[in-house]
Design a protein around this ligand. Structure first.
Ligand SMILES: O=C(O)[C@H](O)[C@@H](O)[C@H](O)[C@H](O)COP(=O)(O)O
Length: 242
């Protein structure tokens, strides 16, 4: 069951990032009060980096018990573990290491040090994802590219049509680096809440198309909605064509 998107427009990227961080911390605390161990799917990208920094700033004043949070990634670049291009490394530096999520609850996607090739990396993550009960995702956060891609699901690529697996290898990403691992639509759609984080004029067209009647093959963001909530957290520039 998909949910109608709600749109929140904020003045600029920093205000947007702080708003998302506040919403995330509140949602994690609420989930824990309801007896759940919230599972969060993080994303890569610029605005996500600002959100992570805001989480680190706001976390000390929140009621979140980070020993009862589980982290996943929606996609990851298949590069060396210490590469600056790793989404997980950026998130760890920004907030994950600071808030102290137990290591066994931080599920990075494999790097070139963990798997022989990107296909093996995807298979390994699929096994971890299945074993640790990621059928109950609290919130999935997704950046979006100017072409409407989310995670590493790009327009016109075969991964868009995968309905029988939760994780795929993407050998030919048009956004460098080329080799990536990505969750698929079926996995992303199992989330209670899907949050799109989008900033900047360059994405205004994709935002308008995603909120309009674009086809998923053209704007992959169209293919994801949450079971309970779908929210677009965007800034004024990204909202300028809606
Ligand atoms: O690994 C990645 O590249 C990301 O997960 C990707 O999906 C990103 O979220 C969008 O491309 C937006 O990135 P920007 O916010 O940097 O434009």
């Amino acid at each position: 069951m998909s949910t109608e998107p709600r749109v929140e427009v904020h003045d600029d990227p920093r205000v947007l990032a702080t708003a998302v961080a506040g919403e995330l911390l509140g949602r994690l605390a609420d989930a824990q009060r309801a007896g759940r161990v919230p599972q969060v799917v993080l994303t890569g990208g610029t605005i996500a980096g600002h959100v992570h920094e805001a989480v680190a700033q706001l976390a000390p004043a929140s009621e979140v018990d980070w020993s009862r949070v589980v982290l996943w990634w929606g996609d990851e670049r298949f590069v060396a573990p210490d590469s600056e291009e790793r989404n997980a490394g950026a998130a760890r530096r920004a907030f994950v290491d600071a808030v102290g999520v137990p290591e066994e609850q931080v599920h990075e996607m494999p790097s070139t040090a963990d798997a022989d090739d990107v296909e093996a990396a995807a298979e390994a993550y699929a096994a971890t994802f299945a074993a640790h009960g990621a059928d109950e995702l609290e919130v999935v956060m997704l950046g979006m590219g100017p072409d409407g891609h989310v995670a590493s699901l790009f327009p016109g690529q075969a991964a868009l049509a995968v309905e029988d697996r939760d994780v795929v290898a993407v050998p030919d990403s048009p956004k460098p680096p080329p080799q990536r691992v990505s969750l698929t639509f079926p996995a992303l759609r199992r989330a209670r809440a899907v949050w799109f984080l989008v900033s900047g004029e360059a994405k205004a067209g994709a935002v308008a198309q995603a909120l309009g009647d674009a086809a998923v093959e053209q704007i992959p963001a169209v293919g994801v909605s949450g079971r309970e909530e779908t929210t677009w957290f965007i800034d004024r520039e990204a909202a300028s064509a809606v």
